[in-house]
Design a protein around this ligand. Structure first.
Ligand SMILES: O=S(=O)(O)CCCN1CCN(CCO[C@@H]2O[C@H](CO)[C@@H](O)[C@H](O)[C@H]2O)CC1
Length: 490
């Protein structure tokens, strides 16, 4: 037959939406400006000596607090359908409580939302993206059951102020990162490191906080504001390292511990934590002399309250790990600990392309598997990919990021063509930003940000040009190429 030089052009479904995402602490700056109160990330980055790899802070970051108007212009040029960003709780409620509402903080978000709508870009707002008001952490944060009330009161203020304009809400970003990395280790604020104990207490309170705000919206706001509200869960794919029963079981346990812990209670028919999580933690707790499981029980009322509490599932998915279970596990993890409860070893395959971030490798088939598994396990829920992206050390000709986006979008289309109900896709991130403990070393932006320039100049990378064409054509065209010269000297 004739070998066409043309690679096939793949169309995205009718109505499929494209966006880009950021988060308040990572991009806004103005950490103490115009009445904003401190958050746990302000506290963490102001620790001396700094635990951040490059010693940086989010004090200024990408300075979107001052540059939001021209940023919306950039989004318009890109052709974004929506922009996902988060609201800083302590910018709206400086003490964490609703007795003091910071009007200048409200104005900032109102201006941004209004500007987005003026440019026909839908705001997709995350209520909580890790920056808890310092006061609330002093009171225990997500280890205190009262967080459920505090989160609901904050959400009530936000829905009252912005709900007439915002139609897409995400209650909480990545509950596992909040609980496991923030309460069960030192990888994220507040770095409690009470592994095996605090992350499970946090998990229950995060789920109840999410459900409380879902029901608040569903019962008090939806009828007049007609929005959608969901949660974003971090989903890494865990593949058995070999075909042994042990490795299959290890991979399955890793999936249930990583994302089943949060998706199963909300999206499964039965609700509650996944069985493997409950069994593993209960058995280990008993062995260790605890008089009850370290995983808090969800009562039947709580199970019902959490089950079904989401209009869509937000999936943040970046990478895959090979997973195995063998004798080498002995003594590998602290006891008690979440990792010991899971009792699995996760490794990367040396053949996988490696990003600047140590945990990030490009494995498109793993993305396909997570999307397919979610379709099977949870009866094909409405899904938004609320984060997916690649980190580099910098530079404008980011061919590896272009390849990552194209191959992951190809995997997404494979899942969609087999029936996955995926509504849209969000590139993480619109801008280079404060990448938590890695500071500004790991760059995720399709726009480069010059952090040495007080003006924080934004420059579109090659990936921004490619993403713009994907959005314009609503298709994945591997024949399309960008002339590097047009990127470097725009
Ligand atoms: O430990 S392993 O290697 O065996 C597998 C775990 C990999 N995780 C996946 C989720 N990632 C957090 C993602 O975090 C998300 O993604 C962005 C980039 O990090 C952040 O900037 C966003 O704020 C956050 O929402 C942390 C690492």
């Amino acid at each position: 037959g004739v070998h066409s030089l043309q690679k096939p052009v793949r169309k995205f479904p009718e109505g499929f939406k494209f966006g880009a995402a950021t988060a308040a602490y990572q991009v806004e700056g103005a950490w103490n400006e115009d009445g904003k109160g401190p958050s746990i990330w302000d506290d963490l980055t102001h620790t001396d000596p700094s635990p951040i790899s490059d010693g940086s802070t989010g004090d200024v970051a990408a300075d979107t607090y001052h540059l939001w108007k021209s940023d919306v212009e950039l989004m318009k040029q890109l052709g974004l359908d929506f922009y996902r960003f988060s609201i800083s709780w302590s910018r709206i409620l400086p003490t964490g409580f609703p007795d003091q509402i910071n009007q200048k903080g409200v104005d900032y978000y109102d201006n941004l939302i209004t500007e987005l709508l003026k440019n026909k870009i839908e705001p997709m707002v995350t209520l909580y993206h890790w920056d808890l008001p310092s006061n609330l952490q002093k009171l225990g944060g997500f280890a205190n059951p009262l967080i459920v009330e505090w989160f609901e009161q904050y959400a009530r203020v936000v829905f009252d102020k912005f709900g007439d304009k915002v139609k897409y809400w995400i209650t909480i970003n990545e509950p596992k990162q909040i609980c496991y990395e923030g309460y069960g280790s030192t990888a994220k604020a507040p770095r409690l490191n009470m592994t095996g104990i605090a992350e499970y207490i946090c998990a229950k309170n995060v789920l109840l906080s999410h459900a409380k705000v879902y029901h608040l919206y569903d019962e008090n706001y939806r009828y007049k504001q007609n929005g959608q509200i969901g949660i974003s869960v971090s989903c890494t794919w865990y593949e058995p390292a070999s075909d042994t029963i042990e490795d299959h079981q290890a991979a399955e346990d890793a999936r249930q511990f990583d994302w089943g812990q949060y998706i199963h209670p909300i999206f499964s028919k039965t609700g509650d934590f996944p069985l493997s999580l409950k069994n593993n933690v209960r058995l280990r707790s008993k062995e260790q002399g605890f008089l009850r499981s370290r995983l808090p029980v969800l009562s039947s009322e709580e199970i019902v309250y959490i089950r079904g509490s989401s209009d869509f599932l937000g999936i943040n998915s970046y990478t895959t790990k090979l997973t195995y279970r063998d004798a080498s596990l002995e003594g590998m993890y602290p006891v008690p600990s979440y990792m010991d409860d899971m009792s699995a070893v996760m490794v990367k395959d040396a053949s996988w392309p490696q990003a600047q971030s140590s945990w990030l490798q490009s494995v498109p088939w793993g993305f396909y598997k997570i999307l397919t598994q979610v379709r099977y396990l949870y009866d094909n829920p409405a899904v938004w990919i609320t984060e997916n992206g690649w980190s580099t050390s910098g530079g404008l000709i980011d061919n590896d990021r272009v390849k990552y986006y194209r191959t992951y979008l190809g995997a997404l289309l494979d899942a969609v063509e087999e029936g996955s109900n995926i509504k849209g896709y969000t590139a993480w991130s619109l801008f280079d930003n404060f990448e938590w403990m890695s500071g500004y070393a790991d760059k995720f932006g399709i726009f480069e940000v010059d952090f040495k320039d007080p003006k924080r100049t934004r420059t579109p990378r090659k990936s921004a040009h490619v993403y713009k064409e994907i959005i314009r054509s609503r298709s994945l065209d591997m024949n399309y190429d960008v002339d590097d010269k047009t990127v470097v000297a725009p």
